[in-house]
Ligand binder design. Sequence first.
Ligand code: FAD
Length: 498
Amino acid sequence: MVGAMSEVDAVDVIVVGAGNAGLLAALSARGAGCEVLLVEASDRAERGGNSRFASGVYRVAHAGAADLKDLVPDDQALPWDRMEIEPYPVERFLEEVVGPAQGFADPTLMTDVAAQSLNVVSWMRDHGVRWSLAMSKLPESLQAGQTVRLSPGGELIAEGNGLALVESLFARAEQLGVRIVYGSPVVDLVTSGRTITGVVLRHADRDETITAPVTILASGGFEASAEARLRYLGAGWDLVKVRGSRQNTGLLLDRAIAHGAGSAGHWSGAHAVPIDADAPPVGDLDVGDSTARYSYPYGITVDRTGVRFLDEGEDEMPFTYAEIGRKILGRPGASAYQVFDAAGTELLEPRYATAVPVEADTIEGLGRALGLPRLTDTVRDFNLACPGGRFDPSRLDGLVATPHGQPPKSNWARPLATPPFRAYRVTCGITFTFGGLAVDTSARVLAPDGQPIPGLLAAGEIGGGFFAFTVPSGSGLTRGAVHGRTAGRTAARLVSRL
Ligand SMILES: Cc1cc2nc3c(=O)[nH]c(=O)nc-3n(C[C@H](O)[C@H](O)[C@H](O)COP(=O)(O)OP(=O)(O)OC[C@H]3O[C@@H](n4cnc5c(N)ncnc54)[C@H](O)[C@@H]3O)c2cc1C
C-alpha cells in the first residue's frame, strides 16, 4: 500500500475505484505484468464500494450442475443430490437481460458479458474467490425440501457475500503487488489534447497529479448523489434510500464527459428494490444487505391507502425486484406494506428476521393497526379472485388472480386466510444506475463520434449501455467482472505498444 504520490513512480495503469470491477481490472493488468496503482475514495475500513454490500450473486451461463460443481470447493456441505439445476445457455442469459431493455441497450456489450461469464468466475476462483450456491436466498422451508430449485442463471454466490468477495480480492491484489491508495478520491482527469494522461487525487491537505499511460475508471454510478439522482432519474429520486456505498456520486462520470467521453444507456433508469422503510439512508456496513425485502411474491403489496398497485407474481423474484422500488416510489409517501398470512410468513427470506412487522389476528385488526381501513376490502376482493390449484413457491405456478379493480397477481395467488397476519413497511432502495460512459467490448471509453479516447478505459457501473428499464439479479457483478478483467487486459496491450 502507498500513502502518497511521492512513493508512486513508474505507474503503467491507474485504476480508479476498488470494487468488483476495479479490483479485477487491477488483478488482470497486474497479472499481465503492469505496474498498477489502485486509488480508492473511501478509507481502508470501508473499502470495496457497492460490491462490499452485495449479496454476491453472479449470473453465469452454464451447461448444468457439473459446471457449477467445478467452481464450488469440495469442503462445502451442499445437497447436490437434491439440487435441481437446469442448464442456462448464453442465449437464455441474453434473452433475459437484453430482452427487457427493449432495444435501449447495446446487445454486443451483453453478448460479450454472457459469453465470458463462466470463464470469468473460474478465473476469479483462481484468484482466491470461494464460490457457493445461493441457497441462503431461499426460505428455510424451501432449503429443506425434497428438491432444491435455484433460479436458473442465479445459482452462484460468493461465499461470505460481498464482504468476503472483496476482502479475498484485496488480499490477492496486495499479494501480487498492486499498490493501493485509500481515502483519496480522484477529483479530475489530466489531459493532453484528447488523450487522458492521468488523474488528480485529493488528499486531506492537497491535490496531487499522478500520470500514467492508461487510466481505468471503475468508480461506480451516480446513485449516492441526491442531486445527480434528481437530475437524471427525476422527481422524488432525491428521497430514496441508497443501499450501498456513499462514494458513488458520479463525479468522474461528469468529469470524463467534460473531457470528451460519450455517454450511453438509460440515464433515467436504475435498479431499485423494496427495502425496509427503517433502513439507514445510505449503506451501513453493520447492516449490510439485510434490509432487502424480496418475498413479496408470497403475499400482497398495498400502498398507504390500502390499495394493491402491482402484480406481485408477474415473474420469479430475480426478474421483477429491480423495478419494484420505482413502483413504490410512485405511491403516496413513497412507501408500501407487504402483507402476509401465516402461510406466506413461512416463506419469508431469512433476512426478514431483521424487521419489526405489525401483526394482528384478523385483517380488520391489521388494517386498524396500520391506519388502512381499505385493507379489509382489498384482501376480501383479492381472496375471492384466487383460484384453487397447487401452490408451488419454487417456480411459476400459474395460480392467477384477477381481482375486480386491482392489478392481477399472475402466479402464487392464494387467499390470505391463515392468522396471524403480518405487514412489513417498505420503501424504495436504489442499488445502482444504468446510464454511464460509452464503452466498447474492449472497455475503451468512446467519444461521441465513436472513436476511443486515448488513455481512458472504464469498467463496472460507470459504463453505460448494458441495461435498461430492469435487470435480473446477478447481472451487475458479472458485468463488472467481465469488463473489469477485459479493461486490465486492454490496458496491458496498450502499455506494451507504447
Ligand atoms: C445491497 C446491495 C446488494 C447487491 N447485490 C448484488 C448481487 O447479489 N449481485 C449483483 O450482481 N449485484 C449486486 N449488487 C450490485 C453490485 O454490487 C454492483 O453492480 C457492483 O458492485 C458494481 O461494482 P463496481 O466495481 O462497478 O462499483 P463499486 O463496487 O461501487 O466500486 C466503485 C468504487 O469506486 C470508488 N469511488 C467512487 N468515486 C471515486 C472517486 N472519485 N475516486 C476514487 N474512488 C472512487 C467507490 O468508493 C467504490 O469503492 C448489489 C448492490 C447493493 C448495494
